[in-house]
Design a binder for this molecule. Structure first.
Ligand code: PLP
Length: 438
């Protein structure tokens, strides 16, 4: 047996003190706290792959614009709930330049991160049609959106898309939508946690199903442009970020500043409705929002009720960042491409040490290298693997909490692992391999 880098008795003691019953079902924040405590008790640094935090400095263009806005006194003033005109304008242009979709500035609404955009959307979409009270998650997915459903008392259904890629997606979606209770289809693309990216065909199927059954599609673009197999970084020129908006007008998009612009701390994102949805009327909204208009209901009902708008200075920051992207003076994908490079190196280390990728293909193409990848180890359940890796100073989260049926799998996030730590990761994986050769 090779020595394990973190003494077993320390891991076991800190774990039992943590009160976590099963690491497989622990939330990401609970795992984070556990690792912090083990690091403190052992004096050893972990290779931290549990949390999807941007590992880069915030976009300086945003920081400068925000400081400027604060110096100009915006902190004292409530921002308009629908957002400052500059940000709405630049978002509309950004959507045209990088998604090739036409949306008017009015349909672009700032929110306190995509988290709040999701919440405002779910709260409103569920009231649009009395008969439809359930969200359909195309999983695996981001666990907090299900937490939002639980705290709001909203219903959801879910399936793991692993076995339903390409043509098979149509029948699977239809089996849910034909029941008539679904108001919204929700997914992230690129996908957190699996990093699968839907093909044009799959997006077309989702769009056509949304048209056929009259449901909303909520497309979460938290990892905008980060399918590094295609360089979408040139404004107004193809290729563009793939989107369901090409195939249906029933779309709502979430564009986060957190990962693409490393602006997570200021909690700002954009909720964008198609112009059709923004102006559509749903009489069932009236008792809750005093208006049948979906766009108005989201802004003056949901966003007003949750936070009365979004941080004034952060809106100036995002407006400046988007303007620089639109003008072609700032290439945001240059900054974040380091995630793809790290993923490529780290994936190789895991594979060389006997691990397997859980989600590995988009149609016939290997998955892109990006923010996350998914791993398993033959003969170990996800819970066993997660626990065992703790002794080697490596942390991740279980796929179980993401709605994946692959309970043997873990999600690894590359963002917080510095390049300098990669040799140590390789060493630790080698020791793991030595101790787990059947
Ligand atoms: C799929 C997905 N959606 C939304 C978010 C949250 O975005 P924001 O920081 O803009 O609230 C994340 C963050 O990890 C994410 O992975």
């Amino acid at each position: 047996m090779k020595n394990k880098p973190i003494p077993e008795e320390i891991v076991n003691r800190v774990w039992s003190e943590s009160g976590i019953k099963s690491i497989e079902t622990a939330s990401i924040r609970e795992v984070k706290k556990l690792i912090n405590d083990i690091e403190k008790a052992s004096g050893k640094k972990f290779v931290r792959m549990e949390m999807g935090i941007p590992g880069l400095p915030a976009c300086q263009i945003g920081v400068d614009a925000q400081i400027n806005a604060l110096n100009n006194g915006v902190a004292a003033l409530y921002p308009d709930i629908e957002g400052i005109p500059e940000l709405k304008q630049e978002t509309s242009k950004f959507v045209k330049n990088f998604l090739d979709l036409n949306v008017s500035p009015a349909s672009c609404i700032p929110t306190v991160g995509s988290m709040m955009g999701g919440m405002a959307g779910f709260m409103t979409f569920v009231r649009a049609n009395k008969e439809r009270d359930t969200t359909l998650f195309i999983d695996p997915g981001f666990p907090v959106q299900k937490q939002q459903h639980r705290v709001l008392g909203l219903k959801y259904e879910t399936f793991d898309v692993y076995n339903y890629r390409q043509d098979k997606l149509k029948d699977k979606l239809e089996s849910y939508l034909s029941k008539g209770n679904i108001h919204t289809i929700m997914y992230s693309n690129p996908n957190n946690p699996s990093w699968i990216c839907f093909t044009e065909k799959e997006l077309q199927i989702i769009g056509e199903m949304a048209n056929k059954y009259g449901v909303f599609v909520f497309e979460d673009l938290a990892y905008f442009g980060m399918d590094f197999r295609n360089d979408i970084s040139q404004p107004g020129r193809p290729p563009f970020q793939p989107t369901v908006g090409k195939y249906t007008d029933n779309f709502a998009l979430l564009i986060s500043s957190s990962k693409a612009f490393s602006y997570a701390g200021e909690r700002i994102g954009m909720l964008i409705l198609s112009d059709k949805l923004f102006n559509d009327q749903y009489p069932d909204l009236v008792p809750y929002f005093n208006t049948p208009l979906l766009g108005k209901a989201i802004i003056f009902g949901a966003v007003y009720a949750i936070s009365s708008g979004t941080s004034h200075s952060a809106q100036y920051a995002l407006a400046a960042i988007l303007k620089a992207c639109n003008d072609g003076t700032y290439n945001f994908l240059d900054e974040v491409s380091i995630y793809g490079k790290k993923a490529q190196m780290m994936k190789k280390m895991f594979l060389d040490s006997g691990f397997q990728l859980v989600y590995d293909k988009d149609d016939d193409k290997d998955l892109a290298d990006g923010f996350y990848f998914t791993i398993s180890y033959p003969g170990l359940s996800g819970e066993e693997l997660l626990k065992e890796l703790l002794y080697y100073g490596i942390s991740a989260i279980s796929l179980t909490i993401t709605g994946s049926e692959h309970t043997e799998g873990l999600r690894a996030c590359v963002s917080l692992v510095p390049m300098e730590q990669l040799p140590e990761l390789e060493e630790r994986l080698k020791s793991f391999r030595e101790n787990h050769k059947d």
